[in-house]
Write a protein that binds this ligand. Sequence first.
Ligand code: 3PG
Length: 211
Amino acid sequence: MGLQYLIEMKEIFKKYKLIPLATLKSKEEVKNISRLLLDNNIPIFELTLRDSAVYDIADEFQNFPEINLGIGTIKTRSDIDFAKSIGAKFGISPGFNHELSEYAHKNDFILIPGVITPSEVLQAISSGHDILKFFPAEAFNGLSVLKGYQNVFQGISFMPTGGINNNNMQDYLELDNVIAVGASSLLPQELIASKDWDQLDARLKNHLIYT
Ligand code: 3PG
């Protein structure tokens, strides 16, 4: 664990470059989405905590240990406890909060806090983070802002999310300071709700990341 675990996760983010995300509400959804991710060689996923049903079904991911599972929308300490309890390898938060950051460090849990402004980036750096979510990326002109951060925040990697899709993900990934992008556009909630596994499969197959 510790440093080695962080190094390994960074390698996984760099390798796959893409973190599909969704809120899953049943074990059937977990099984189907996990199989689709594995069939398409995308063994990484962010399960977002945006429905109370998530808490009852997330442990189904323990049957898919090949998937590098992250928990998203982390806002409280108990979200971190929950993520750890189901074996999630990392957590993603929409914002930065000093107390949450300390709690994650104390529990040897990789938390990727969200930032937008230079002051937020500085606060996150001073709390020991070097991978930061940049959210909501498109609403805040992410491409230009992240370009502007390249020289200023050397050694810091960003994970833009919010409005990332096939039309813009490659542009973000071309920036040296972007380690990976997060996107719900690959697994739209409507297609999950309607159990349209074929369409979801096609989306994962046709995503535009050139590895
Ligand atoms: C997130 O939690 O990172 C965002 O909801 C992702 O934004 P998107 O739905 O626009 O991909």
